[in-house]
Design a protein around this ligand. Sequence first.
Ligand code: COA
Length: 327
Amino acid sequence: MTNTASSLLGVRFIGSGSAVPDRVLTNHDLAQMVDTNDEWISSRTGIRERHIADGEEDSVASLASKAGQKAIAAAGLTPQDIDLIILSTSTSDDLFGTAGRVQKLLGAERAVAFDLVAACSGFVFGLVTASQYIHTGTYKNVLLIGADVLSRWVDWQDRRTCILFGDGAGAVLLQASSQNKPENNLLGFEMRSDGKGNEFLNINYLGRSTFEPISMNGQEVYRFAVRQVPEVIEKSLHYAQLEVNDLDWLILHQANQRIIDAVVNRFGIDPAKAVSNMGKYGNTSAASIPIALDEWVQSGKIQPNHLIAIAGFGAGLSWGSAVFRWG
Ligand code: COA
């Protein structure tokens, strides 16, 4: 097992899209709500502002479908072309699943749709899941969406957590390569879980149809990320038979600028290759990687054939990485 698919149908990356709520909450706004300040938040995390859902308008389903719609259009397809929708989310509008609502909003009537719950690793795990359906020839056009509205689950009195999170959605359109031209642009991946660390980051069931707000041991999560993320990136690069210097872009889950800096230093790569937009969005969980990817695609920085490594990490604990060629 090499975590690549040389003899099967290949995966192509043919479009991206993203959506965030209009409402912006700055660090200065937060300083009016809890005992904190812009200097503390930005120096410890790199976050300056985040977009926060504002009522019904900004549900997981609405943000996800807006991002999905853009990805479908960017790929030059219509909703009727979509065979499968995977919605990576941990903040579902409905505990039974939100993907069906997204399918309805998109009008993707032919598609089967389901949720995938893997917190901030959701986009990486969703990409690997989608790729299995594509490699085996089961589905041709797969819409993968990462969407989260963590603002619903944050204790807005807890300054240790409420400063970190924002809401949003990002999507990519994955397509099977044709039989005649079997190129595979998903080059390698690695996924990991360690339930022993579940206590460090969770939203636990409280009973009587209620959950607790997000609970986090920041220092443990920070140590876990800095230790484990480089290892899974090295693994996925190894499966892809690439070196870190071959990469055009490194897109880590946008949790903390210091985590990105630590990984950049560890690999000794050019910091300009490490995509960072958390200053504007905070940690949007499963949405953070596809929002960043889409922003870099829209601005023309990511070009066809660029080599990209992504890595997600978070609750579970779970973490994972994938290396792919854009296009
Ligand atoms: N504003 C001001 N002070 C704050 C604060 C805030 N928002 N939050 C915590 N503090 C205080 C603490 O009370 C503590 O004060 P004390 O020393 O008087 O007790 C002090 O700052 C240091 O707190 P600590 O928790 O040790 O800070 P830290 O350097 O570990 O930074 C995080 C906290 C959350 C920024 C950091 O641990 C982190 O980013 N961890 C990773 C979290 C993450 O990415 N989670 C999501 C993963 S998907």
